[in-house]
Design a protein around this ligand. Structure first.
Ligand SMILES: [Fe+2]
Length: 338
């Protein structure tokens, strides 16, 4: 049963407006701190991303998923250089060992000289919709400074020496990912009976911050587990992002802030599109507890090589040397709620 609690709303504008006052920024930082401690999830307003651009992203998502299967398969993830970019058919995404009832199109930041190395490949783009590539790249450019501003607010909210600077440093040259999710109604006849209960299984996000954009008119899809184990509905609020913190924030803050479990059950009768933007640390970051957070029940020597962590999570450990497994275990331990 979902509880009646609702997620807090955070206005990030004071951290984006150079004319804001210290008091305005302090109010935002305090609100961010409470939201991160109490929920790990919140609505974000004051981000400055134009509503027309947000709606165009959703429209492009619907247009792409409406293409014939063969056209979508042309950019299959299995054809990408590094095997993580591109289109995945319904049922090819797996969460906690169970097939998700969604189709997806995954985009990641590209680096110069793409190769087959993990997460270093070239992005593959669909030929239709023709404007998808340019629109996505414009959208990402708009969101990166919002992510950086929110990281500064989180650092300030912790109330530790140089917290904002430490958070800012981690995302100075951020990696990022963006995914188009296409959720059919769970009552669609071609979904196997045993897969019908849930659209995307319970999980936490792996990295830094997630900014979720989803169809405004579709309710009761995303659910967030609160501290008492109840499920809170995270229905869209027009103009706002649903933001959540990922596992790397647990490490940074020694679990003062913890990534929250969430899931999707798309009960509606029409297709739903959601577009999470994953705002991430730089590849080279060694994520470790910040000075001032490392006290109490922190695990000793807890640190995570961000790039290796993401390779573990996205490639399921298949291509990582066995000696590196220790870090995956460590992340999982740290990620335990509280
Ligand atoms: Fe997620």
């Amino acid at each position: 049963m979902a509880s009646r609690a609702s997620l807090p709303v955070i206005d990030i504008a004071p951290y984006l407006d150079p004319c804001s006052t210290p008091a305005q920024r302090a109010a935002t930082a305090t609100a961010v701190d409470s939201a991160c401690r109490d929920f790990g999830f919140f609505y974000l307003i004051g981000h400055g991303v134009p509503e027309e651009l947000r709606q165009e992203m959703l429209r492009l998502g619907h247009e792409f998923f409406s293409l014939p299967q063969a056209e979508k398969d042309e950019i299959s993830i299995f054809n990408s250089m590094d095997r993580v970019r591109g289109y995945a058919r319904l049922g090819e995404n797996v969460t906690s060992g169970k097939r998700d009832v969604l189709e997806g199109y995954d985009i990641y930041r590209e680096y110069p000289n793409p190769s087959k190395d993990m997460l270093r490949g070239a992005q593959i783009w669909p030929s239709k919709p023709a404007t998808l590539r340019s629109t996505v790249l414009e959208y990402v450019e708009r969101l990166i400074p919002v992510g950086q501003a929110l990281m500064r607010a989180m650092g300030d909210g912790l109330g530790i020496p140089n917290g904002a600077e430490a958070f800012e440093e981690i995302v100075r040259d951020p990696f990022w990912g963006l995914k188009f999710n296409g959720y059919p109604s769970l009552s669609t006849p071609d979904i196997a009976e045993q897969e019908k209960g849930i659209s995307c299984g319970e999980h936490t996000d792996y990295g830094g911050l997630t900014f979720l954009l989803a169809d405004d008119h579709i309710k009761s899809a995303l659910e967030v587990e609160d501290k008492s184990g109840d499920w809170i509905k995270a229905d869209p609020i027009p103009g706002a992002y649903v933001v959540n913190i990922g596992d790397m924030v647990n490490v940074l803050t020694s679990n003062r802030y913890t990534a929250t479990v969430h899931r999707v059950i798309h009960r509606g009768s029409v297709p739903r599109v959601s577009i999470p933007f994953f705002f991430e640390p730089s590849f080279a970051t060694m994520v470790k507890p910040l000075q001032g957070c490392a006290e109490g029940n922190v695990l000793p020597k807890a640190s995570v090589n961000y790039y290796e962590h993401m390779c573990h999570m996205l490639y399921d450990g298949r291509f990582v040397e066995s000696g590196k497994e220790v870090e995956k275990v460590l992340v999982n331990v740290i990620s335990l709620k509280g």
